[in-house]
Design a protein around this ligand. Structure first.
Ligand code: AMP
Ligand code: MG
Length: 589
């Protein structure tokens, strides 16, 4: 096991000093223990703390040079490690814990690191909220209301707070996750999330034959082998004269025939003879070289060639039979999407129908009692459902058949019925909303009952919460509710899965590296997506700038953008003039 990585839930508390972090933890710990949760606390302290006392044996031995001092008795043990060069990182500290004896790690401090935290806030301290600056905050516990969509708890209601922490521990412990898939904060990276999903997607084998024109955009089911040579005959690539290469160097040749495309000269060509030939016409037997018309002067049935315009190379200007495609060679490979050239190529083989993968059927629905159908009068505190429309559009764009199941009311029964129907009808199920921490619990209950679903926190922005699993055997994605997060998670996770379901092998989204025209901020360790506009500048360089306001609910900036800017976890941010990855939106959304 890589010691810097753990699948244990990690939760921090973010607060200004004086808020009472330690007091709260001290009160909460017995309650967590009572709930059977085995907890470790990692606390960051100021630079020269010491728990060992001067004069004690352990202290003396340590001072004498023991870099690690392990002291043990019947009831407890302690390890004191000297780190004069460099402070230990959080992953190193986590690695020192006995992870098998734990259910939850609580962290005090390390506030600059990226892992889930609850913000503790007391009005009387008079300090600003932290959640607007720290997107790792998953909930707020305070004695006043905050302007946020995050779950809000009463900082004085210890039982509710404890329950929240306990639920978090339960929900985040996903024993099926391999340790190496998680970063030190206990989250999955974008690529790990995608890999896990793809490993669980099995491409169906069904196929159906359709006429050629209707196959546009669809996926070829089997290798299409060429029944013919393309070109069928060795033919001329130019309008000109066909001669024998063993007969070059004569002053003049006797023109024995003229061959138009679609016709042929059926006698073998003799020495001293030439055939006037058009582009595409088969070259006669024995002839293997064509001299272009511009180089020739024909007088009656005699032709001479002007060598000043270019030497004649044996074999020139001739296309060999089967040069493009030989009989039996795969013209189009299984798993290829049919675009204009493939359509033309299949037609060039003489085929007018093709076996394709049937379109992937995707059932979609929205969740949330606040979500309303467009066209209705807007109710108080409600929002119109936009996610089903974006999903519908993106799915149609990539050739899927959409089964729209509407908006599902917030009840266990409605959700269960919908999921059962969806699993029967569709090859894939997509829902939006309701998978983040703090959402109605019944969603998880129903998903647990009907299938095997993992609730993941992906180290990305936007789009952190993501549920993935199966209802019966049908793959299911629970996407976040935020409209931009829906588009981003669709592009990063759902489309690759659909491409695999479609039978495409190793599909990868195109991306480019562009020069940043402005500074782009990011948090190391996290993949950040912002909406961008890329293009070619006056110097011919591919450049990118961001497209307007970036709140994860703002669809308008998505509409103004032509790319997603992807800042990778290892990039601390992007300075003006530095390269950054851009993912074009054209043909994707
Ligand atoms: P949730 O993931 O359910 O917590 O939702 C996050 C945000 O997305 C909330 O502001 C929701 O109101 C919003 N949202 C959820 N579902 C939809 C939807 N179908 N269309 C537009 N916005 C939505
Ligand atoms: Mg919701």
């Amino acid at each position: 096991m890589n010691p810097t990585q753990t699948s244990l839930p990690i939760l921090g508390f973010a607060a200004w000093s004086g808020t009472g972090k330690t007091t709260l933890l001290e009160a909460m710990l017995p309650k967590l223990v009572e709930l059977g949760i085995r907890v470790a606390v990692i606390k960051h302290a100021h630079h020269n703390f010491d728990i060992d006392k001067e004069g004690k044996d352990s202290y003396r031995l340590r001072k004498a040079g023991a870099g690690q001092m392990l002291i043990s008795s019947r009831y407890r043990r302690a390890m004191i490690t000297e780190t004069p060069e460099e402070e230990a990182t959080l992953p190193q500290l986590i690695a020192e814990l006995d992870l098998n004896a734990l259910d939850l790690i609580l962290v005090e401090g390390f506030k600059q690191l990226s892992f889930p935290k609850i913000e503790l806030h007391r009005e009387e301290i008079g300090k600003p909220w932290l959640f607007p600056e720290d997107s790792n905050i998953i909930a707020v516990a305070a004695n006043v209301a905050a302007q946020t969509e995050l779950p809000q708890l009463d900082i004085n209601d210890l039982d509710k707070l404890t329950q929240f922490v306990a639920d978090f521990a339960k929900q985040q412990s996903a024993p099926s996750l391999a340790c190496s898939d998680l970063d030190p904060s206990g989250m999955l990276s974008v690529s790990e999330g995608r890999d896990r999903i793809l490993r669980q997607i099995v491409a169906p084998t069904a196929q159906t034959s359709v006429d050629l024109k209707s196959a546009l955009g669809q996926i070829v089911a089997n290798d299409i082998l060429s029944p013919v040579n393309v070109p069928q005959h060795t033919n001329s690539a130019m309008d000109g004269y066909a001669v024998r290469s063993d007969d070059l160097g004569r002053d003049s040749y006797h023109v024995v025939a003229q061959v138009m495309a679609g016709h042929s000269y059926d006698k073998p060509l003799n020495s001293g003879e030439a055939v006037r030939i058009m582009t595409g016409a088969p070259v006669p037997q024995n002839a293997d070289t064509v001299i272009m018309r511009e180089q020739a002067s024909q007088d009656g049935d005699s032709v001479t060639f002007d060598l000043k315009m270019g030497a004649i190379k044996p074999g020139q200007n001739v296309r060999q039979a089967g040069e493009d495609l030989a009989i039996g060679q795969a013209a189009v490979k299984a798993g290829t999407q049919i675009t204009a050239p493939e359509l033309g190529m299949i037609a060039s083989l003489g085929l007018d129908s093709v076996a394709i993968r049937p379109p992937v059927k995707v059932a979609i629905f929205s969740t949330g009692d606040e979500v309303q159908h467009p066209g209705e009068a807007q109710k108080q505190n409600c929002i119109y459902d936009s996610n089903r429309y974006t999903l519908h559009a993106m799915l149609s764009k990539i050739g899927c058949e959409v089964v729209d199941l509407g908006i599902i009311e917030d009840s266990e029964q409605a959700l269960e019925t919908t999921l059962r129907t969806a699993a029967e009808q569709a090859d894939l199920i997509l829902s939006s909303g309701g998978v983040s921490v703090g959402d109605a619990d019944y969603i998880k209950t129903v998903l647990d009952k009907l299938g095997q679903i993992n609730f993941w926190r992906i180290n990305m922005r936007p789009g952190r919460p993501l549920a993935f699993g199966h209802i019966d055997t049908t793959p299911f994605f629970g996407l976040p509710g935020n409209p931009v997060a829906v588009i981003v998670t669709f592009m990063q996770f759902v489309e690759p899965a659909i491409r695999k379901l479609q039978g495409m092998t190793d599909w990868q989204a195109p991306f480019y590296n562009a020069v940043a025209e402005e500074k782009l901020r990011s948090r190391p360790g996290r993949t950040e997506y912002s909406r961008g506009v890329f293009g070619i500048d006056a110097n011919g360089r591919l450049t990118v700038r961001s497209a307007g306001k970036q709140g994860s609910g703002i669809l308008r900036s998505m509409s103004e953008a032509n790319c997603l800017i992807e800042i990778l976890p290892e990039q601390p941010g992007v300075e003006v003039g530095e390269k950054v990855r851009v993912i074009p939106l054209e043909n994707r959304i």
